[in-house]
Structure formats: C-alpha cells, structure tokens
Design a protein around this ligand. Structure first.
Ligand code: CMX
Length: 136
C-alpha cells in the first residue's frame, strides 16, 4: 500500500536553533514553515531529493511532540509513508491487526490527509500514512 517515503519527522525544541543546520550545513532547500494547530506543532519542511525532512517544534506542553521530547529528547519522531488513499490504507492496516491512532484521516501539514499507526503495534516506530497532493 506504500508508494514511497513522504517525509521523516524530527522532534526539535527550537526550529530557529536547528533550521541553520539543515539549510546551511546540509544545504537543503527550506520549503516553508507552518503551524498545524490540530497536531500541536510548528513545522519546517525541507526537500531532500524526492522526499522531505519535517522538523517538529511543540506549540505547548500538551503537544504529543512535547511529551516525546520530555521522555526521549530531540531526534527522529516518525516516518511518514506516501499512500494513494489514506482512509483505505488505515482500514487495510487495521484489518491486518495494527492499532490505529487515527481511525479516520486528519489534515496535517500542507493540508495533506494523514493518519497515524500506534508505535506499540509497529515495533516502536511511530508511522504516518500520508495522502499527498499531486503537486508534491
Ligand atoms: N515513536 C516511538 N514510540 C513512541 C513515540 C514515538 N514518536 N511517542 C511515544 N512513544 C511510545 C512511548 O515511548 C511510550 O512507550 P512506553 O510505554 O514503552 O514508555 C508509549 O509510546 C506511550 O507514549 P506516551 O508518552 O505515554 O504518550 P501517549 O500514549 O500519550 O502518546 C502517541 C503517544 C504515539 C499515541 C502520541 O504521541 C500520538 O498520538 N502521536 C501521533 C500524533 C503526533 O505525533 N503528531 C505530531 C506530528 C504531526 C505532524 O507530523 O504533522
């Protein structure tokens, strides 16, 4: 059901502090920054070949990313796979015994439809299924 890697999410305490590393040291192109209230994060998205790196800064202490930073510190937070249809991919995963975080797709960064699988049933890797817009 997966056709590629949409992006890799990285939890950061401060976008301002980390953006120069990705931009100036690695030389990645910054696509933009965006606040995603629904997910409790501010994101910065970088293009890397056909895929992207998404830096995630929590908007508040209630953000899932704030909890992650507190427990595990900064670092890789999730892998997002590109799928044709998020709702169908979630149903398929559920039918195969995977625990869903999102029963139905939600709007994520860039307005894409996203849904998360629970890391406890994906061997410790928080997994996002992303239905991308065609222009990406
Ligand atoms: N990767 C791997 N494991 C993770 C994890 C992550 N990113 N986040 C939490 N866990 C693990 C914890 O370590 C913990 O394991 P133990 O019980 O062995 O310690 C377990 O999952 C439960 O974690 P918790 O700290 O008690 O947190 P919650 O259960 O309240 O929430 C989760 C965990 C995954 C359900 C929640 O973070 C979530 O819903 N995430 C999806 C939404 C999200 O992360 N949004 C931000 C990004 C949005 C975007 O990309 O736009």
């Amino acid at each position: 059901m997966v056709k590629g890697i949409s992006h890799i999410g990285i939890a950061v305490r401060s976008l301002d502090e980390q953006i120069p590393y990705y931009k100036d040291v690695l030389g990645l192109s910054l696509l933009g920054t965006e606040t995603v209230e629904d997910q409790g994060v501010k994101v910065a998205m970088f293009q890397v070949g056909d895929t992207r790196i998404e830096l995630l800064e929590p908007l508040s202490e209630e953000s899932p990313v704030a909890k992650f930073l507190e427990k595990k510190g900064e670092g890789v937070h999730h892998i997002a796979y590109a799928v044709d249809a998020c709702d169908e991919a979630l149903r398929t995963a559920e039918e195969k015994g995977i625990r869903l975080i999102d029963k139905n797709p939600r709007k994520g960064a860039g307005g894409h439809l996203i849904g998360f699988l629970h890391p406890k049933s994906t061997f410790g890797v928080l997994t996002e299924l992303t239905q991308e817009h065609e222009e990406l």
